[in-house]
Design a protein around this ligand. Structure first.
Ligand code: PLP
Length: 440
């Protein structure tokens, strides 16, 4: 069994035990917070579900005297409510700031660094983030980015990449699509040990606040493309930042930019995503157990060369995956007999990549033969999706670069949904059989 995780600051909501003979006050768990925080019954009407407030402007009783809202870009009831939900489900968070997309979130954070800043970024960062760093911010604000293999680089290499003007280290873990894991506490302690003391941001989109709590591991900022797991129904594009209590000043700066730049989500999208977030814990448990089952089916298939799923014991960073589990995910895994397999594998999000035996023809046949895994970009919805990174999500990366990152023609990425697990396994098996027939 994998070793126990280490946390800088375990959340109190899991520990209702006794200490010094005194019972600790009860704190609500993840799912309870997701359902109730920001969704309190309306005191005027009794409505259990928040209304959608479409008004763009708000009456003032005298100049500057109002009920907390002036103009909808600066704040509106649905966005405020959802930001409170986000701050409460991202463990260690106190401040949530929502944006019109994950990409708008990235742009706003990078703009907050000002002119001529330098950042260190994980090398296989999401393509859109790479594009904004290297093609937009570099031109518009003189931002320089050093891309580093934060998974494998020695401490000295990482420290040497940090300059006097390095303001931020950008982490994504697991990376996309090869699911490499970054040791967040290690990067945080390197950042803190350097005189420049850059902030550490973690894009937590792939694991969602359910499986990973980077703020508890010392990160300064968490970002999400809420388009993925948090909304979870493939019908909203949105993003967010969540910051811990001690970053009130940084939060004010980012809120100022949220309003000044204005890349804000609509009230309707906030309402939809808040509804989605209420079932995040249920969906993530199902995504994780389904993904583990599909990964194991792929692992025993003669038509598969390699399966990449950090929850599998065979993943090179499986111990790190275990150590990095959030307290709530670990509680779920340890309390559910079925969730740890005979080899010690466990659910770790819903994303799997695998190398099919063969090349582009076999990969394409698999993708077009799957019945339940729809061939489409994106991830994190209740429905299963499959895609070909080299030709689709990562097609804009030059071939040589893709080869270095391990994104070959036989790599397939799955976003495992929450359908019945037997149906998903059967679908993958029949699509593999179909793919194998290509070379007969
Ligand atoms: C890890 C990650 N970060 C950021 C983004 C950008 O988010 P959005 O598509 O909501 O702009 C994506 C989108 O795929 C992503 O996968």
């Amino acid at each position: 069994m994998a070793p126990a995780p280490v946390y800088a600051n375990p959340t109190s909501h899991l520990s209702n035990g006794h200490s010094n003979g005194l019972k600790k006050p009860h704190s609500d768990g993840f799912g309870t917070r997701a359902i109730h925080v920001g969704s309190e019954p309306n005191s005027a009407t009794g409505a259990v579900i928040p209304s959608i407030s479409l008004s763009t402007t708000y009456k003032q009783d005298a100049i500057g005297v109002h009920k907390g809202f002036e103009y909808s870009r600066s704040g509106n009831p649905n966005r405020d409510a959802f930001e409170a939900t986000l701050a409460s489900i991202e463990a260690g968070g106190a401040h949530g700031i929502a944006f019109a997309s994950g990409s708008a979130t990235t742009a706003t954070v990078l703009q907050s660094l000002g002119p001529n800043a330098h950042i260190v970024s994980v090398n296989d960062v999401y393509g859109g983030t790479f594009r904004y760093m290297s093609k937009v911010a570099s031109v518009n604000q003189g931002l320089e980015t050093t891309f580093v293999d934060l998974e494998n680089a020695e401490d000295d290499t990482i420290l040497a990449a940090i300059r006097p003007n390095t303001k931020l280290i950008w982490i994504e873990s697991p990376t996309n699509p090869t699911l490499r894991l970054i040791d967040i506490p290690r990067i945080v302690s390197l950042a803190r040990s350097h005189p420049s003391s850059p902030l550490v941001l973690v894009d937590n989109t792939f694991l969602s606040p359910f499986y990973s709590s980077p703020l508890l591991q010392g990160a300064d900022i968490v970002m999400h493309s809420l388009t993925k797991y948090v909304n979870g129904h493939s019908d909203v594009v949105m993003g967010a930042l969540i910051l811990p209590p001690h970053h009130a000043e940084l939060t004010s700066k980012l809120r100022y930019l949220q309003n000044a730049i204005g890349a804000v989500p609509s009230a309707y999208d906030c309402w939809l995503a808040q509804r989605g977030a209420k079932t995040l814990h249920l969906r993530m448990k199902a995504h994780g157990t389904n993904a583990l089952a599909v990964a194991k089916a792929l692992q025993v298939s003669p038509y598969v060369e390699e399966v990449i799923y950090p929850g599998l014991r065979s993943h090179p960073r499986n111990d790190l995956a275990w150590r990095s589990l959030s307290p709530h995910a670990r509680k779920f895994i340890e309390s559910s007999e079925k969730s740890i397999d005979e080899e010690g594998g466990f659910p770790y999000g819903g994303m799997i990549s695998f190398r099919i035996r063969g090349g582009i023809a076999e990969a394409e046949k698999f993708l077009t033969s799957a019945r339940l895994f729809t061939l489409a970009e994106s991830l994190g919805g209740v429905e299963s999706l499959a895609e070909h990174p080299a030709k689709m999500t990562h097609g804009s990366i030059p071939e040589a670069e893709r080869a270095l990152l391990g994104i070959g023609d036989n790599l397939v990425r799955l976003s495992v949904g929450v359908e019945e697990v037997e149906d998903l396994v059967a679908d993958v098996e029949q699509a593999l059989e179909a793919a194998a027939s290509v070379s007969l």
